[in-house]
Design a protein around this ligand. Sequence first.
Ligand code: SAM
Ligand code: SF4
Length: 261
Amino acid sequence: MDLTVDINAYCNLRCEFCYQDLDGSILPEDEILGIIDENPDSEYIEIGGGEPFLDKRLVQLIKEIRKRKKKIHIATNGTRFPDELLNLEDMIRNDVEIQISLHASNQELYKRITKKNLFDRVIDNIKKIKPMYSTLISSAIYQVNYHDIPNLINLASELELPIRINLVFPVGNGRNVELLTPKQINQLTSYLLLERIKKGNMVESPLMHTNNCTALQNVYGIEKKGLCPVDCGVKGYISPKGKSYNCEFLQNELLTIEGAK
Ligand SMILES: C[S@@+](CC[C@H](N)C(=O)[O-])C[C@H]1O[C@@H](n2cnc3c(N)ncnc32)[C@H](O)[C@@H]1O
Ligand code: SF4
């Protein structure tokens, strides 16, 4: 079971669909490591937040998790890149993947979504991170950025990075934004399949696979058919307050993970 741990609940952006309650909570380091130790079968630890790159404990946490031979996936908004990450040994760095969440291909739309004017800085940081870490772009799609998807895919191509197209879920502030309609989901699925043929594995999305995602089924009516290689097959999620759930997008479905409250 992969484990997603949201280590803090503070962030410098305010994405209008963000599921996280950004109340400044911090999940203590001993609790994070305790949960990881109590789930020895988790090969991947996904670190999120709030914003993990604003968290001074991040480098130490990465070292501790790598000591436990786990692979790490970090989700970040990419607005800040801690220089200490450039100095990590190869043995640690090679099993750390960095996902830059970018939901717009231009400054104006970026500001509309995140409330901050930091688009250019994210692009500069992507260029810094890319030579050092396995890197991908992830975009959460709703009505506001639906028409920007082709530009996002082109931007990822220009940056020579894979892109994952996800859908916004109505959790937290995601409840206050307009989601895609079933017709748009169908059009998007066909479009993504074509883009994947054109661009190979550089375009990824749970919409393109038979999947086992309860959140996609509950919210978008997308039928469950098997394990999703992209996202949630079986996973666990720990919130910044130490609560455990099946998934960050299924926070009404409590799961008991030992060590979590
Ligand atoms: C909560 S953020 C935390 C890490 C970091 N701040 C970031 O944005 O990548 C983790 C991921 O969840 C995505 N996300 C946030 N709210 C969402 C929602 N309501 N539906 C779908 N994805 C969401 C973000 O776009 C990001 O890729
Ligand atoms: S999605 Fe990530 S970057 Fe955006 S407000 Fe939430 S925590 Fe911050």
